[in-house]
Design a protein around this ligand. Structure first.
Ligand code: SF4
Ligand SMILES: [Zn+2]
Length: 481
């Protein structure tokens, strides 16, 4: 239907076109945070380690299964980055989404384990795909296919194209993070790194055969923050050697100990999955996963008493099918069940995801609140625009350390507002972003620091240029006396 609508757009009256277009956005939640996420997978060689809980399905990226929707898409496209991004963008476009702002998420094991030429090629082809206009292709059946020779060329083009990659996420291990690796990640345009932390406990890390300890987690967290990169910790309640009490204690530690304090977390409650060592431990009676009741209790306690307002819970459970798991310890709709329980117990989760405004009715009375906390030998400032119900309209993360200042995130929530257009009903581009940045500059000046750097996604660079920032060593920079 969308296809017909686009091809014959001129024949319809504009009001009718807009109405149908709205109806076609079935999965509004995908772009409710203002950005469309596009996940792609690297090919299946990506990790030499053997964590006991990790699946190792033949020919699949480590830790993923061939029947997961995003993996199936990658298989259909033979793990080709260009085809994966293009097919996803076309699908999103056909379901009515704006493709102005894209968050590219590269999955498939340990990204840092792949050699540099492969990684550079992979990212370059993703940018090429984003630089190939999907709307034009669908409307006319024809478009200019973008094919760059150098990554920098593809990135430069993306700075001003209509489908901009404004964030790039990769997943890796803490022990692969060092200054050289960070420098390389920045040349690729990486703005967020997801690291497998699993459990902040030396004994457990050893038992699950992680191959690194706490020292590496602390070091990686600090280096990433100092580079302005946003961090997601993967956490696994219910690991061997843990129990409810220990899990709760570890979750507290993650947000009380300044050596951790990630920006986002993803829960991966330990499941006994096929092709894993844990499968054998379970069959031998040496391991038992957390049951649904205990896991629910843990997550409710976390949401009620631990999660700070500057954290986004990106994921509560992983969607696995019955084909992938050995024991069905909790249902796949656990998230919904927890939501119901939260309502019943009148618990309001403070996290970003639960507070962001999405497409709800907006208030015109907003206040700017500044929260500060110490983390990884620096001071973090979390600036947020909220209304009287504590709903979140925009946020900025500013980090001060060693006489330097860096903005690690600037995000205005609400539905995607196409670049260059203003719509009073939508929050994006309503000046909140500029105000947040102005405040960050004031804080920086107050601390006698004479320049502010911003880790901008490639596609966001233009936005900052208009605000007086210039590109220097992959960061947008503004200096003053
Ligand atoms: S590092 Fe990650 S991908 Fe590699 S074995 Fe461990 S969990 Fe699996
Ligand atoms: Zn929440």
């Amino acid at each position: 239907m969308r296809f017909v609508l686009e091809r014959h757009q001129q024949k319809f009256n504009p009001a009718f076109y807009q109405q149908v277009n709205k109806l076609l956005i079935k999965t509004r939640v995908r772009s409710a945070s203002g950005i469309v996420p596009v996940s792609v997978f690297t090919n299946g060689v990506g990790c030499p380690f053997n964590c006991v809980y990790c699946s190792n399905e033949p020919d699949m990226p480590k830790s993923y299964f061939s029947d997961e929707p995003a993996v199936m898409r990658a298989i259909r496209n033979h793990f080709d980055p260009y085809k994966q991004v293009q097919s996803r963008l076309q699908m999103l476009y056909l379901s009515g989404h704006s493709l102005d702002k894209i968050e590219l998420i590269i999955q498939g094991g340990t990204f840092s384990f792949y050699d540099k030429p492969y990684r550079e090629w992979f990212v370059r082809r993703c940018f090429d795909a984003a630089n190939t206009n999907v709307a034009k292709l669908i409307k006319t059946g024809n478009t200019t296919v973008s094919k760059s020779i150098y990554l920098s060329q593809a990135q430069r083009k993306n700075e001003t194209t209509s489908q901009r990659i404004i964030g790039l996420t990769v997943e890796t291990r803490p022990d692969f993070i060092n200054p050289k690796e960070i420098k390389f990640l920045r040349t690729l345009g990486v703005t967020r790194v997801e690291i497998g932390v699993q459990a902040p406990d030396e004994k457990i890390l050893k038992l699950i055969n992680r191959g690194h300890g706490l020292k590496e987690i602390v070091y990686a967290t600090k280096l990433l923050k100092n580079a302005g990169i946003k961090i997601t910790f993967h956490l696994m309640p219910g690991l061997p050697g843990s129990n409810y009490r220990k899990d709760l204690k570890m979750l507290r530690e993650i947000f009380q100990n300044p050596n951790y304090k990630p920006d986002n977390i993803k829960f991966y409650p330990t499941s006994v999955v096929k092709y894993s060592k844990l499968e054998k431990w379970y069959q031998q009676g040496n391991y038992q996963p957390l049951d649904e009741k205990t896991l629910t209790k843990l997550i409710l306690a976390f949401k009620k008493t631990i999660v700070p307002p500057w954290v986004r819970i990106q994921r509560l459970v992983r969607d696995l099918t019955v084909n992938d798991i050995v024991v069905d310890s909790f249902p796949s709709n656990l998230r919904q069940k927890i939501e119901t329980e939260l309502k019943k117990q009148k618990i309001r989760c403070q996290c970003i995801r639960c507070r962001e405004i999405k497409s709800d009715k907006k208030s015109t009375r907003l206040k700017l609140e500044i929260l500060t906390y110490s983390a990884s030998d620096g001071q973090e400032y979390f600036l947020q625009y909220i209304d009287s119900q504590n709903r979140l309209y925009g946020l900025l993360r500013l980090r001060l350390f060693d006489n330097q200042a860096i903005v690690r995130e600037l995000h205005v929530y609400g539905e995607v507002n196409p670049i260059g257009k203003r719509d009073q009903a939508k929050t994006q581009h309503a000046g909140l972003g500029q105000n947040l940045l102005y405040k960050a500059e004031q804080i920086t000046k107050k601390h006698h620091i004479n320049q502010l750097a911003i880790i901008a996604g490639i596609g966001a660079r233009e936005y900052y240029r208009h605000l007086g920032y210039r590109l220097k060593n992959t960061y947008m920079l503004k200096s003053w006396q």
